[in-house]
Design a protein around this ligand. Structure first.
Ligand SMILES: [Cu+2]
Length: 163
């Protein structure tokens, strides 16, 4: 049984999505998705892409999942005493008529505990879920990313140590 407040939330999100396009997933253009190739022993890797919100309403990404990783989280980087650290965030907001780029050193989708070795040439399917309940599936090729000025290996190692 749905509680009263859940019903209210459902009604509200239906109303909001109605005022823009059909739903948030359809309002979003996704460019250049890719997953960074990591050594097979790496505990995690990142998925990156550019979101373009072509609508007049904010689009809010609240969840990602993939069969390529046991855990999938939305992450950002923060500066902590001069050290870049990753932190899980509950959502990524793509403001109306704006672009948001997920990239190394910034926002990303974290693929933790990959279920298979992710090598260049493979494709990772990722399901994205938005605040209004709409979803979309993307296919992200695995790519080798060199020299982005980031010691991502170290960062991810520390991240997996629970910091
Ligand atoms: Cu991360």
């Amino acid at each position: 049984m749905l509680k009263a407040n859940q019903l209210t939330a459902l009604g509200l999100s239906a109303l909001l999505s109605f005022s823009a396009l059909a739903n948030q997933a359809e309002a979003l253009l996704i460019d250049n998705p890719y997953v960074r190739e990591m050594p097979p022993s790496a505990p995690a890797t990142g998925a990156f892409m550019t979101f373009e919100n072509a609508s007049d309403a904010d689009v809010v990404l609240i969840k990602a999942k993939s069969d390529a990783a046991k855990i999938v989280e939305l992450h950002t980087h923060i500066h902590d005493n001069g050290v870049m650290r990753m932190r899980e965030i509950p959502e990524i907001v793509i403001t109306a008529n704006q672009q948001v780029e997920l990239k190394p050193g910034g926002l990303h989708i974290m693929l933790i505990n990959p279920t298979r070795a992710l090598k260049e040439g493979e494709t990772v399917e990722i399901d994205l879920e938005f605040k209004d309940g709409s979803t979309t599936k993307i296919s992200a090729p695995v790519k080798k990313i060199m020299g982005m000025g980031m010691n991502r290996g170290d960062g991810q190692g520390r991240h997996m140590m629970g910091q």
